[in-house]
Design a protein around this ligand. Structure first.
Ligand code: NI
Length: 226
């Protein structure tokens, strides 16, 4: 499932993040890439544990905790501390799949990457190219969102970032270990949750709403890993 979560950050938060990021010292993005990805990756990153990355990462995590859509779509168990990247001057990231298991630099805690996230911090008109292409069985989907918006996609999917031929594309990226490992199962729960919420608005007080909520929680109880 590929899902857009609008307005994760406010315009003020995006401006604050950009001011700090535009003044920061960036390093070659190959430092966190696996062997295969190193050959196709050409971008800049803030090092893990960089004070700006830590401060802005906490801002992103706090925003995610307030987002019912993120909670419903990702069903997070653990969230990797958000990282930050910058593509400019033809920078790109060729087709790759994200590393399955990652350890955080600060605690060494390992996270299984079930869901990948990109939070856009540049407005689309600030740069040319830089689309995220995510492949699934229906083909490749192009993603380029307004600043402050985020996309979630299965970490199991092949994906790439097209070369940025003008301006700079700044984003936050991270991974989620979900309580629901399978993208198909997670999608079912998300669809069920959305239907229950729609029912509560369209037919308030209908007993089927309680029954379906029970089904949702019983499926979650059956499938959740913690
Ligand atoms: Ni990736």
């Amino acid at each position: 499932m590929l899902i857009t979560i609008p307005d994760v950050l406010t315009a003020g938060q995006v401006a604050e993040a950009r001011a700090a990021l535009d003044a920061a010292e960036w390093v070659d993005g190959k430092v966190t890439a696996g062997y295969m990805a190193q050959m196709v990756k050409e971008n800049l990153q803030l090092p893990e544990g960089h004070p700006v990355a830590v401060r802005l990462g906490e801002m992103v995590l706090a925003a995610l905790a307030r987002s019912p859509l993120f909670m419903s779509a990702a069903l997070p168990l653990r969230v990797f501390p958000p990282m930050f990247n910058r593509y400019t001057g033809g920078g790109h990231f060729g087709t790759h799949v994200d590393t399955a298991i990652r350890a955080t630099a600060s605690t060494g805690q390992r996270i299984r990457t079930d869901v990948s996230a990109t939070l856009f911090l540049s407005a689309p008109e600030e740069y040319e190219g830089g689309e995220l292409y995510v492949e699934d069985s229906y083909g490749a989907h192009s993603v380029k969102l307004p600043s402050g918006h985020m996309v979630l996609y299965p970490a199991t999917s092949l994906h790439r970032v097209a070369p940025v031929t003008r301006g700079a594309r700044v984003a936050s990226f991270f991974w989620v270990q979900s309580m629901i490992r399978s993208d198909a199962d997670r999608t079912l729960l998300y669809d069920l949750d959305m239907a229950i919420q729609r029912l509560a608005v369209d037919v308030p007080g209908n007993p089927a709403g309680v029954q379906l909520t029970g089904v949702y929680h019983n499926l979650l109880r059956r499938w959740a890993e913690m």
